[in-house]
Design a protein around this ligand. Sequence first.
Ligand code: C5P
Length: 465
Amino acid sequence: MASITVRNLDPATKEALRRRAAQNGRSMEEEVRHLLGALESSETVNIDGSARSTAAPVVSGSLAGRHILLIIGGGIAAYKGLDLIRRLRERGAAVRVVLTSAGSQFITPLSVGALTADRVFTDLFDREDEHDVGHIRLSREADLIVVAPATADLMAKMAAGLGNDLASTVLLATDKTVLIAPAMNPKMWDHPATRRNRRILEKDNILFIGPNAGEMAESGEAGAGRMAEPLEIVARVEEFLDQSPKPLAGNKIVMTSGPTHEPIDPVRYIANRSSGRQGHAIAAALARLGAKVQLVSGPVNIPDPQGVQTVHVETAEEMRDAVEQMLPADAAVMVAAVADWRTKSESGEKIKKKAGKGPPSLKLTENPDILAGLGHHKLRPRVVIGFAAETNDLEKNAKGKLQRKGADLIVANDVSPETGIMGGLKNRVRLVTRTGVEDWPEMSKDEVARRLADRIALMLEEAEA
Ligand code: C5P
């Protein structure tokens, strides 16, 4: 797919693009991808040149125009191969399948062909196949070869360089990257022969995804050997084939996200309702644009963002220390809902309820303000961004914070309980800078993250000039 680098556009076009993206609720990068995608979709043809007959619904065009050769081996996980075809096609990939004869004991060429809208290449390696496509062409026309499930037998063949059926011959003849998703009984995965083969394949630059640990299809069996889930494989494929622009490459960005927990005694703490969703989404979006992101996360119940170095802390002081260690950085994005106060001294023992004495009083002391510390630091990052979660006087408070904390941008949001923003999936933000205020419509936290990441790329570029 063609691509345009937003920062190379002239200011008027950039502004027009920004307005159009805002109207459509997309980031600027996404708007460009959308426009280019619309241009290209009118010319979509099958990989063999014929018009594609049954188009899968497009979830996102992240794999538009990419060709994947999927080799489905013989294992119970072969059924996940069918779902994998759908997920890849939903994202715009053209998928060709080689089904091994063992694989066709689990799923049929008919179901595979219905999902790929293409002929299926089986182990019946007849003259017509050789004449028509041939294992060499089949192995070279793909952008990436995925083997899922990769059985112990297929891995052994690959490690030994055998080529005694279509799948192994294709794998031997290819000059393309091969990603394998092993699936087998945990004892087979652990066998010295499979271990040896794994080492050889790793040396041969074969990429691995999984296997995951868990229950096996055979009753009573558990351990490492479950094939990675189709969406995990898709994410790995997307990561490998990602050619989107990386305007933040070479930039290091320090972030905080989530709440902090300030201990009262060994079992109680002061906390808040922050889920970490918005901060984690921003960290992932910045990483997708090529930034090296170091995230300090308070206690949250969501996974670490992909492609981000994450450090886990509990208290504001630990968060401040971790951030300090990450300096110098090009930008800082402080999203954490840091507790303003902590107890003056933590009780070493659980505070007991005493009959007739009433509740204990807690002595509080102020926590360090991490954002203000960075805004006035001798190693101040070029771009410093804070959040302001307010229930009233949103703009006035945000402007005050911008000044006091020495930030370049405050992302303000109304966290009154009726908005459902705190802990929810949606957000409605207002961007406050020294030169103005910008209202964004309500959108998902992921969308806010994508648009903010684009904005940070522009701010860093401007700060450089
Ligand atoms: O003053 P207030 O807590 O409303 O400021 C919010 C902004 O300041 C957020 O960006 C938050 O991450 C940051 N902050 C901080 N350290 C504190 C308090 C807030 O970094 N102790």
